[in-house]
Structures are given as structure tokens and as C-alpha cells.
Design a protein around this ligand. Structure first.
Ligand SMILES: Nc1ncnc2c1ncn2[C@@H]1O[C@H](COP(=O)(O)OP(=O)(O)OP(=O)(O)O)[C@@H](O)[C@H]1O
Length: 320
């Protein structure tokens, strides 16, 4: 459980010609660390990205020399930060004595499909949870988070039943359409225990992309997926990966309405998910980003950590 402590900076106001939401910046202070060891040692500040600069493309950032790994600060240079939705800057996170994140910095830009990869236990999900905790209007895809005693219809429509003023018939209509969009037509009355692992993930995905059509405000701009294809067979993985991608690409929700989901972050170990659903990768190792680049640059990276991970070799800097 992450608890906030330290100072919360006030958000800057956005100019009227910049409709983008405020991004988040995290920074660490040693004073705060000593005050809250065992709790959260991250300071959260909100900032409005500058709007007077122009945009650039991306290229891989290699850190070939392992001796430099501890010295990384800036992970990528851009002239334009106007499209930054989320910024993590020098994020540290400890659980008790265990220092998990050791200065993680990255930016997520409007329209990006980001993958966070790296060896087990390196802090990927922790990064995702930190982002989710600070982006209250957005959602985390939790594959195992269905309510066992509720039907598929009740699970998918849960937030609408609980938090919206929509008529039940309208919610049912949306649930039915959304289930059809994720390939689960007719599954409304089933219980989670009657579904396969892949079907459960699709129900969870349906729940993450269904929105109150009478309001714009609750529709997220960023979706977070924690291992959305873990445990699925290759074809079921492809279905989920394409669903994730289609929501992103079309800028539409599951029922074809104009959507606002323009970026997403996927934590995954699945090669197919990296290849199929993600454009840019952030590689985390021992609580630090050791490489980032476009997906197609991953397998040709000269970074020994990345090379070992990509090949699955037992030989290399990653020790198990
Ligand atoms: N709430 C917690 N309390 C104590 N330790 C935690 C907690 N959450 C995570 N950890 C520890 O932090 C480390 C990083 O966990 P995290 O789940 O972020 O790793 P990960 O890179 O996502 O791993 P995996 O790929 O295996 O899912 C692990 O050693 C884990 O045991």
C-alpha cells in the first residue's frame, strides 16, 4: 500500500489553448527519505508541461557501459514537452529496507504505447502502481480483479451501476456491446468461475474500456496494463494485444464512440505483447532504467543486459 507523505506542490494552470491534462512529476529529497523510511519516499508534484515548444521523434538510448548505469539522470532529450502526460523524475521507492526503485525517470507522451519490461522483481509493477495512485481519474487493468460473486454483466458494468446516473437498460446495452467488442458476446450471465483465464482478462479489459456515455470527464487518457497477457495461450494473447492496440489506434472506445484513450503503459514479460502492442520500451533493471528505445530497436541493442534478457541466456550481467 502506497501512502503519500511530504509536500504536494500545487498544479500550475494550463493555458486556454492547451486542453491537455496536467502531467505528474516525481522527485526525491534526502530529507524526506530520512523522515519516512518504511513508508513512501516519493514526493509528488504536479506540473503543467510547457506549451511553446515543438515536437521531436524518438530513438534508442543505449547504456552500453554497465559502470554508467548508476549515473543516469536524463533518459532522453526532447525540445518539446508540450505533449508529456506523465513524467516520473528520479523516483525512489523502498519497502522497508528493500530499496526497489533507485531513481527512475521517464516521460509518457500523448499517443504513446509504452512497454515497461525487465527481469522479475525489478520494480515494474511498482512503477505502474505509483503512476496509478497519482492519476486518480485513470485506470489500472487488473487481470485477476473480477468480483467472484458478480456476473460478467455486473462486473463489466460495475462502475456505471455504482457511480453513474445511467438507466439500467442503457448500462446493459453498453455492457452487451462492449462484451461483443472483446469477443464475449452472450457471456453476460456467467460467473467468473465459469470463465477461462483468457476470458477473465477480456472481461477485465471490457470493464476498463466501458464509460459513462453521458459524461466526458471519467474517460481516461492513459490506461495502465499490468501483465495483461500473462498465462494466456498465444492466440488468446493476440486477441488481447489487438484489443489493447485497437483502443489506442482508433481513439475510440469499445462501442466505436470517439475515445480519449491516447496513451497506455503495459508491464509485460510476453515477447508477443512487446512486439504487437507496444511502440516504445523502457527497460528496468535493479530499480533503474538501463535502456529505452523503440520496440524494433530492442533485439539489436548492444546493451549486455538487454541482449541477455532478449535472448533468455543464462550468461550475462543478470544473475538469477
Ligand atoms: N507492498 C509490498 N511490500 C513489500 N515488498 C513489495 C511490495 N510490493 C512489491 N514488493 C517487492 O518489490 C520488488 C519489486 O516488485 P514488483 O512487483 O514491482 O516487481 P516486478 O518487476 O513487477 O516483478 P515481476 O516481473 O515478477 O512481476 C519485489 O522484490 C517485491 O517483492
Amino acid at each position: 500500500m502506497i501512502s503519500m507523505s511530504g509536500s504536494l506542490l500545487l498544479p500550475l494552470s494550463l493555458s486556454s489553448d492547451s486542453p491537455r491534462r496536467v502531467g505528474f512529476s516525481f522527485s526525491r529529497t534526502s530529507a524526506l527519505d530520512s523522515r519516512c523510511s518504511g513508508q513512501r519516499n516519493v514526493v509528488c508534484g504536479c506540473m503543467a508541461p510547457p506549451t511553446n515548444l515543438r515536437s521531436d521523434g524518438f530513438s534508442a538510448t543505449e547504456y552500453d557501459d554497465p559502470s554508467k548505469l548508476g549515473k543516469m539522470g536524463i533518459v532522453r532529450e526532447h525540445k518539446d514537452d508540450s505533449d508529456v502526460l506523465i513524467e516520473c523524475r528520479d523516483v525512489h521507492k523502498s519497502f522497508g529496507e528493500k530499496h526497489i526503485l533507485r531513481g527512475v525517470s521517464f516521460k509518457i507522451r500523448h499517443g504513446e504505447a509504452i512497454g515497461i519490461i525487465g527481469p522479475s522483481g525489478t520494480g515494474k509493477s511498482t512503477v505502474l502502481k505509483i503512476i496509478a495512485g497519482l492519476l486518480a481519474p485513470d485506470k489500472v487493468f487488473q487481470s485477476a480483479a473480477l468480483f467472484d460473486s458478480l456476473t460478467v454483466r455486473e462486473n463489466v458494468g460495475f462502475l456505471l451501476y455504482e457511480n453513474s446516473n445511467m438507466h439500467e437498460d442503457k448500462i446493459l446495452e453498453l455492457v452487451t456491446e462492449t462484451l461483443a467488442a472483446v469477443g464475449l458476446k452472450g457471456a453476460e450471465d456467467r460467473l467468473p468461475s465459469e470463465l477461462s483465464g483468457g476470458m477473465k482478462k477480456r472481461v477485465a479489459l471490457a470493464r476498463s474500456i466501458i464509460f459513462d456515455t453521458t459524461k466526458d470527464s471519467i474517460e481516461p487518457e492513459v490506461l495502465l496494463y499490468d501483465e495483461p497477457t500473462a498465462g494466456l495461450d498465444p492466440i488468446a494473447s493476440t486477441v488481447v494485444e489487438d484489443l489493447i492496440r485497437s483502443v489506442h489506434l482508433k481513439g475510440e472506445d469499445a462501442v466505436g464512440m470517439p475515445g480519449k484513450i491516447t496513451s497506455y503503459v503495459v508491464v509485460t514479460h510476453q515477447h508477443s505483447t512487446i512486439q504487437r502492442a507496444v511502440d516504445r520500451l523502457i527497460f528496468l533493471y535493479e530499480g533503474k532504467i538501463v535502456w529505452e528505445g523503440m520496440t524494433h530497436e530492442f533485439t539489436s541493442s548492444a546493451n549486455p543486459i538487454v541482449r541477455q534478457f532478449a535472448s533468455g541466456s543464462l550468461d550475462g550481467p543478470i544473475k538469477y
